[in-house]
Design a protein around this ligand. Structure first.
Ligand code: LLP
Length: 421
């Protein structure tokens, strides 16, 4: 099991979170190796009837311990920067299982990807295709390129994580994609490898996927009729997860949609799930620093802040908060807030929770994706440790940053040196 209570104590697999807190201090992220594995294998199993590659979306959680766990299972990687590509390669993912997405890849990043001969670069504009061609020619090679097309489909998700509508910045306009394929087919530095689509994140309904995949199938057929053959169909991110009361579709229901819409094309299918692999495989553990009451309102002030987990502040996202030690007393209603100097630094508003005193630990659930990945050192707070649980053992897979490390690279300008203020 992954995160479960054993005699009133919350465990990560076979490890008591309280024990980890004693050793690494709070706040810290804790991941379950077993949950990561099971989430990944659910995609792999469901897509086994196809020639398919599951390319874990590194942006969800680029921790080397996490990516290495998935690499061992045979995962590929979806990366959106040269930095993520570096992590994926370090984790042992071979270049021919890496896809590179993103609307603003720099010439440097494209050059790195072309030199590495990755599976495909998902280009998002005519200007990017031309840049790729120029760089590949200068290197004397051909780059594997797919066009990420924008199918103008509403993903029915949060506005900040919708990507497949015409008004979003992502992808090549549907009506211009054909023309760009024709132009790219003539470029000497480009080998047209595929087509890619990604309509958004935290999708809980399969219908937007069905609409997008159906449109993609149509485009692939039309291109083949013109003599443009593509090997890979990249379907973008995976499904949403249950943060509170959501009912995400299963991997096998997703695979049914893939079969119904694209099955007869016989292409290599690529999927890029991030959240549904790492999300419920991680928690953020934090300690209650103070509690206070203002008027009728209870506040629980914890040592994690929006710099450690920004999702509630940024997307009004719900994360369940559980006491690490359950006492079974009558709950109260409280706001659970961080110490950052921003009124948006709130993890949970009017939440029903056991009254917790100073020094108690809370676990913020489903924080494995877009948690540590989006953290910052705002308020000059160190990045928190990340820990991987595996059966009865655990390992620190990133240590807490020290103040010295945080200051490394800073400098006092020369004109200030030697001048007493
Ligand atoms: N592929 C592409 C091209 C993407 O842009 C994304 C996510 C994924 C794959 C992975 O999607 P997933 O399987 O995780 O849904 N920070 C936000 C989520 C942003 C998602 C951005 N793109 C959050 O915390 O909800």
């Amino acid at each position: 099991m992954c995160f479960t209570y054993q005699n009133g104590e919350l465990f990560a697999e076979g490890v008591d979170l309280k024990e980890i807190a004693k050793q690494v201090g709070t706040p810290f992220y804790c991941y379950s190796s077993d949950k990561l594995t099971r989430n990944f294998e659910a995609y792999q199993r469901a897509l086994a009837p196809f020639n398919a590659t599951v390319c874990y979306s590194v942006k969800a959680n680029p921790n080397l311990g996490v990516v290495s766990t998935l690499a061992r299972l045979g995962s590929g990687a979806d990366v959106v920067s040269a930095g993520e590509m570096f992590v994926a390669l370090k984790a042992g993912i071979s270049a021919d299982k890496i896809v590179f997405s993103g609307v603003g890849k720099t010439p440097y990043e494209l050059e790195e990807a072309i030199k590495a001969q990755i599976l495909q670069i998902n280009a998002e504009s005519a200007a990017e295709v031309e840049t790729i061609n120029r760089i590949a020619l200068s290197l004397g090679v051909k780059a594997n390129v797919a066009l990420r097309v924008n199918p103008d489909v509403d993903a029915l998700t949060h506005v900040k994580i919708t990507t497949g509508k015409k008004e979003n910045k992502f992808g090549v306009d549907w009506d211009e994609a054909h023309e760009l394929y024709r132009a790219a087919a003539k470029m000497e530095g480009i080998r047209l490898a595929g087509i890619a689509v990604h309509i958004g994140s935290q999708l809980l309904d399969l219908e937007p996927f069905r609409l997008a995949f159906t449109k993609i199938a149509g485009m692939v057929r039309e291109l083949e009729a013109e003599g443009i053959y593509l090997e890979n169909i990249d379907l973008g991110g995976g499904m949403g997860i249950n943060y509170n009361v959501e009912l995400p579709p299963t991997c096998s229901a997703y695979a049914d949609v893939v079969r119904e819409t694209l099955g007869d094309l016989g292409k290599h299918i690529i999927v890029e799930p991030g959240r549904s692999i790492a999300g419920n495989a991680g928690v953020l553990v934090t300690e209650v620093i103070y509690t206070k009451k203002m008027g009728q309102k209870n506040f629980i002030i914890v040592d994690a802040g929006m710099n450690d987990l920004v999702r509630p502040a940024m997307y009004d996202a719900w994360h369940t908060v559980l006491p690490v030690t359950k006492e079974g007393v009558a709950p109260i209603i409280a706001d659970i807030v961080g110490p950052i100097c921003e009124s948006g630094d709130v993890f949970a508003k009017d939440r029903i929770i056991e009254p917790v005193q100073q020094g108690r630990l809370l676990a913020i659930m489903c924080a494995g994706a877009y948690g540590a990945a989006m953290s910052s050192i705002y308020n000059f707070r160190p990045l928190v440790p990340e820990v991987m649980a595996h059966g009865r053992e655990f390992a620190v897979v990133r240590k807490r940053t020290s103040y010295e490390e945080m200051l490394s690279g800073h400098a006092v300008a020369p004109w200030l040196q030697g001048n007493a203020l």
